[in-house]
Design a protein around this ligand. Structure first.
Ligand code: ADP
Length: 241
């Protein structure tokens, strides 16, 4: 039996004024997979991700997560969290308080907060970093804190928007392996945005290749490289960075 879809997009179209940036997108995202939205800058990846997160409304069409329409769910009831390229951590809080922030807003008891944060800092291999300030961290460490913060309340779906783009190449490769490990350990569904075909290939169970607001092809990395469905796919996947 195939894995059920946790996220479903039905005819998602998005226009900003006269400019239509997403055209009638249908897509099912399977529970527990790492699905990457890949494509050149400006093709609509971030807009699609923001729509899945419920940050942006569709012009037509709808998105469901676990069967519920995201646009009807209040923000604190949406089972998704997001990690950004620039980490978006709070500079005036230490590492522990950054990870604990959302749990305290939800009024979790102190002891549960402590346990959950310590568990997450262990998952991202920052056990001894709780009392460090954000400016004391390297880029890779800051992104680990952002991951811990996004995973601490066990979302069903984690959206990652070019999370490694600000890191240098060596750290990027290490963080890709770390992301795979964290994905395996948590079982969370990852939806990953990148314009980098190497990142997509290393990380993904399936790749969605986008071009000008449309889906060009969906497949495993092996399928995409063995059978590119169009000249655009062949050219884009063949490019070197
Ligand atoms: P990508 O993530 O693939 O680089 P984006 O989703 O950021 O692409 O952008 C897709 C298109 O939508 C671009 O032409 C961009 O300029 C446009 N766009 C994105 N957000 C807005 C906005 N808030 N207002 C107007 N145009 C936007």
């Amino acid at each position: 039996m195939s894995t059920p879809n946790i996220v479903e997009l039905y005819g998602v179209t998005k226009a900003f004024g006269a400019l239509t940036v997403l055209h009638d997108i249908d897509l099912g995202i399977r529970e527990g997979e790492i699905l990457t939205l890949l494509g050149p800058s400006g093709c609509g990846k971030t807009t699609l991700m923001r729509i899945i997160a419920g940050f942006e409304a569709t012009t037509h069409g709808r998105v469901t997560i676990k069967g519920s329409d995201v646009s009807y769910l209040p923000p604190d009831k949406r089972p998704v969290n997001m990690v950004f390229q620039r980490y978006a951590l709070f500079p005036h809080l230490d590492v522990f308080d950054n990870v604990a922030f959302g749990l305290r807003l939800k009024k979790w008891p102190k002891e549960r907060v402590r346990e959950a944060v310590q568990h997450m800092l262990h998952l991202v291999q920052l056990d001894d970093y709780g009392s460090r300030w954000i400016h004391e961290l390297s880029g890779g460490q800051a992104q680990r804190v952002a991951l811990a913060r996004a995973l601490v309340n066990a979302p069903s779906v984690l959206l990652l928007d070019e999370p490694l783009a600000a890191l240098d190449l060596k750290i990027r490769h290490h963080m890709l392996a770390e992301l795979k490990r964290i994905h395996q350990e948590t079982g969370t569904t990852f939806i990953y945005v990148t314009h980098d075909q190497d990142e997509a290939t290393i990380l993904s169970d399936r790749i969605v290749l986008m071009n000008k607001g449309c889906i060009e092809q969906i497949g495993t990395p092996e399928e995409m490289y063995a059978h590119p469905g169009s000249l655009f796919c062949a050219r884009f996947l063949g490019e070197t960075n």
